[in-house]
Ligand binder design. Structure first.
Ligand code: FE2
Ligand code: FE2
Length: 360
């Protein structure tokens, strides 16, 4: 359960919302707009009429502050991000595309099947049926909206859950390579840095979404369970075949790019009205260094989608490299700097990853 707040002023949960929650938990909800009652219950908080940035942590009147406050001490002014985010241009972010790398080897195919299975499970859990919705929408838009519409709340549930598990693979892989380097007394060639940076970036996505929504106990339970299984599964999988895990993450990130692209399309088509005037929270403005006048929810999704496209590229590239000997091309200095090569920003995008022969 996650309660998604669209400007939270006033009582935490209205009586009406409480009654709806109880009904929903009992499987008695008559609201067709909600998610499957056994998985999540969403209760809306009244939309504020205040035109200011309702999710910003700069607004002391916002209840979001109470849920997710920044620690203040007598002497510390600010704690900046450990990894400064590269600057993305608007054009580069708009040029991010949905892409798929063909599964060529047996390891690739195994990774792809695992991702498809996970996607199916998550779609079922979050009531995400985009293709069916589009098909029905062509015949009967009103019926499609009632039956399948992805609302702001449903997308937010999905985003919070996805981002809470997305930060695990980079940390597990980075930790294992760190231990491997010390155990074998060998250099790591710069991989650990990018892997930890990726998990840090995913956690920033999560923290940003948590400025806009408050997970309830059921969502927390799901995240706890998922993390327990997920973290251990990745740990053993990475010990057995790091290449397969990087390919797996590459395919997972393909899905993330797809999901955020759909959110952008729905937003542009006017299907997510609550997000149209929404401003990015301060934590996001600081982290991505979002320019003035480009701090809307749409801009925020553009930044996050661009990050996912970078994770997609990095992990597909890592899967193409020699896992033990090759340097991390994303932190390397090149003999010929003019020639396109992997970078942390979006200058040379390769959605399906760089081939080893192109860079090493
Ligand atoms: Fe993410
Ligand atoms: Fe990602």
């Amino acid at each position: 359960m996650i309660s998604t707040r669209v400007a939270a002023h006033g009582p935490r949960v209205s009586k009406q919302a409480s009654a709806q929650l109880i009904e929903t938990l009992n499987g008695l909800s008559t609201s067709g707009a909600g998610l499957r009652p056994t998985f999540v219950a969403v209760h809306h908080i009244q939309l504020s009429a205040a035109p200011q940035r309702p999710f910003s942590n700069t607004s002391k009147s916002s209840r979001i502050d109470e849920f997710f406050p920044q620690n203040e001490t007598d002497r510390v002014r600010k704690t900046p991000p450990a990894w400064a985010h590269p600057i993305y241009s608007y054009d580069d972010m708009e040029s991010v595309v949905v892409a798929h790398r063909e599964a060529k080897t047996r390891s690739d195919k195994l990774a792809l099947v695992a991702v498809k299975a996970l996607r199916w499970g998550l779609d079922l859990a979050t009531g995400y049926k985009h293709d069916k919705a589009v098909a029905l929408n062509e015949k009967d838009p009103e019926a499609a909206r009632k039956k399948y519409a992805m609302t702001e709340e449903k997308y937010m549930i999905r985003n919070v859950f996805l981002e809470s598990v997305a930060g695990v693979p980079g940390m597990v892989a980075g930790m294992l390579r760190h231990l491997h380097s010390m155990r074998r007394m060998k250099r790591d060639n710069g991989w650990i840095e990018s892997l930890l940076e990726e998990s840090y970036n995913e956690r920033m996505h999560l923290l940003t979404f948590l400025k806009m929504s408050e997970p309830g106990w059921f969502m927390r339970f799901l995240v706890l369970g998922a993390q327990g299984v997920w973290c251990n599964a990745l740990f053993f999988a990475y010990l057995i075949s790091p290449r397969t895990v990087h390919r797996f993450v590459g395919y997972l990130e393909e899905e993330a790019v797809l999901t955020y692209t759909r959110q952008l399309k729905d937003l542009d088509a006017g299907r997510l009205p609550k997000w149209e005037k929404l401003q990015a929270p301060q934590i996001a403005i600081d982290y991505w260094k979002m320019p003035e006048n480009s701090r809307s929810m749409r801009d925020l999704i553009l930044y996050i989608r661009a990050d996912e496209s970078k994770h997609r590229e990095v992990n597909h590239t890592f899967a193409n490299l020699d896992q033990v000997e090759d340097p991390n091309p994303y932190v390397s200095e090149y003999k010929d700097n003019e020639r396109p090569h992997p970078r942390k920003d979006l200058k040379f995008q390769r959605p399906t990853g760089w081939e080893r022969s192109d860079i090493i």
